[in-house]
Design a protein around this ligand. Structure first.
Ligand code: ADP
Ligand code: MG
Length: 345
């Protein structure tokens, strides 16, 4: 403990470890960042292997562009990115990443190893990192084009966090959720998720479809009850596409898979609006499955609200939510009445 009242500048490593804890709250957050990097690198196949809910071991292998050998020495430093140059670029950013913080953060709270090969390189390179810095020189080795990132002993130096996390099983459930969500939204990319040395839990093929992936991940009982939602609004500069369960379907938990400009986010106002619509059709305490992909003019969306980017803010929120609510409601009504007519006939 320091002397009372004396102001000191914090050690850089302390600052970085604190910042890292904000971005990575649990293994699923780290995995989300890593999957987004793979998608940014144009991967078409992503394989994830997990031990102990990702706390012991979390590995992600992609077939994307790879990381250039020359970049390996700075790739894990804070605020190093290949995706953003000027602040203004944020308005039109099309990549998930831009803060250059994910790899740095992870390297401050875990043992991180990168194995990567670009198309132009003769061999792959393997490099290990600690606190943002390379541990020794990258070693040439055999490997395919793309990147494999291995995260071991997450939170080994953040004991309070480690203690606060529940069981590995619960962490694994969160991991299944984010992998499932990204697989449904990015159905052109193949996703595989497995526990180390065990059977595969999720496997979606390359160039699949959203509905097919819902079937693979959530089962046919949901997939066969889906209604397609499509909406374009020129004034609000919005387009919406997605799939929602009809009023025949309900389950206890319910699930909302919401993407705004391709970012997996939560939005309380949309969640409430959907609950309100469904509550008139479903029994009490019963819920729907909803997958919506909303695209808004990037100039109307602020993705930089929080380091995890889990929240976004957008203009005309009330109108946007109302428009979506009406669209979902009319879809449910039209399908419900056609069902009634059908059974009466
Ligand atoms: P950001 O994604 O915000 O740029 P990250 O810390 O997540 O920051 O990644 C830093 C940089 O490392 C990226 O800008 C990218 O150039 C490179 N990178 C990270 N992961 C991959 C990957 N799987 N394939 C190719 N390049 C990657
Ligand atoms: Mg990133």
């Amino acid at each position: 403990m320091g002397e009372t009242g004396v102001i000191r500048k914090l050690d850089e490593d302390v600052v970085n470890r604190i910042a890292a804890g904000e971005i990575v709250q649990r293994p699923a957050n780290a995995l989300k960042e890593l999957m987004e990097n793979s998608l940014d690198a144009k991967a078409t196949n992503i394989v994830i292997t997990v031990k102990a809910g990702g706390l012991k071991y979390l590995q992600i292998q992609d077939n994307g562009t790879g990381i250039r050998f020359e970049d390996l020495n700075i790739v894990c430093e804070r605020f190093t990115t290949s995706k953003l140059r000027e602040y203004e670029d944020l308005q039109v950013i099309e990549t998930y990443g831009f803060r250059g913080e994910a790899l740095a953060s992870i390297s401050h709270i875990a043992h991180l190893t990168i194995l990567t090969k670009t198309d132009g390189s003769k061999c792959a390179y393997k490099a290990s990192y600690e606190n943002g810095k390379l541990k020794g020189l990258p070693k040439p080795c055999a490997g395919n084009n793309g990147t494999q990132i291995t995260v071991e002993d997450l939170f080994y130096n953040v004991l309070a966090r480690k203690r606060a996390l529940r069981s590995p099983n619960e962490e694994y459930t969160h991991i299944m959720e984010v992998v499932g969500g990204y697989a449904i939204h990015n159905s052109h990319v193949g996703f595989t998720l497995k526990k180390f040395g065990e059977n595969i839990d999720i496997k979606t093929p390359i160039n699949s479809s959203a509905v097919e992936n819902v079937r693979i991940i959530h089962g046919n009982s949901i997939a066969r009850e889906l209604l397609e939602i499509e909406l374009k609004d020129e004034t609000l500069k919005m387009s919406v596409h997605g799939f929602i369960t009809n009023v025949n379907y309900s389950n206890k938990k319910g699930s909302l898979l919401l993407f705004i400009n391709h970012r997996l986010v939560d939005c309380v106002s949309i969640r409430k609006a959907l609950d309100a619509v469904y509550s008139t059709y479903l029994p009490k305490n019963a819920h729907s499955f909803v997958y919506l992909s909303i695209e808004l003019d990037p100039r109307n969306v602020d993705v930089n609200v929080h380091p995890t980017k889990h929240e976004v803010q957008f203009l005309y929120e009330e109108q946007v939510v109302e428009r979506i609510k009406c669209c979902v409601e009319s879809k449910l009504i039209s399908c419900n009445s056609s069902r009634v007519m059908y059974t009466q006939a």
